[in-house]
Design a protein around this ligand. Sequence first.
Ligand code: FMN
Length: 144
Amino acid sequence: MAKLLIIYHSQSGNTEAMAQAVYEGALLAEATVSLKKAAEATSNDLIDCDAVAFGTPNYFSYMAGAMKDFFDRSLHAVRGKVGNKPYSAVGSHGGGGRQALDTIDRICHSLKLKKVFDDVIATGKPSPEVLEECKELGRKLAQL
Ligand SMILES: Cc1cc2nc3c(=O)[nH]c(=O)nc-3n(C[C@H](O)[C@H](O)[C@H](O)COP(=O)(O)O)c2cc1C
């Protein structure tokens, strides 16, 4: 694996901690990895990476607006250029479960990205066990 990209949004730090753990896991696997806030990520970031992890909280039963904005800004540039690119997702919710991650899956399906590992989901602040799962996810994505 050459390059892993992690794109995330987080307002109160829960999803950020998960994205950071994915990053740390990938570093342990000696990958080239970049961790980007969704507001700062570009279509070229997605085109240039070999695998991607998305991190989003559940806001109003959907992905965070900044994450949706990333996809909105990137659609035309990435369409046809990211087919079969491996992805997984992580995120925190307040009780609504995987609604936000389902919305990530819908967009990724339409872009023809390929889901490779199960999502990691936390309720509120991620526990140490959940953060370990995120690290493991980063390690696995880095070793594809
Ligand atoms: C604007 C807003 C809307 C939210 N809507 C939902 C929701 O519809 N369902 C849910 O389970 N949690 C909802 N939450 C709770 C967050 O998903 C939860 O606090 C999460 O841990 C926040 O992650 P973050 O620290 O990465 O921002 C909402 C939080 C905010 C700030």
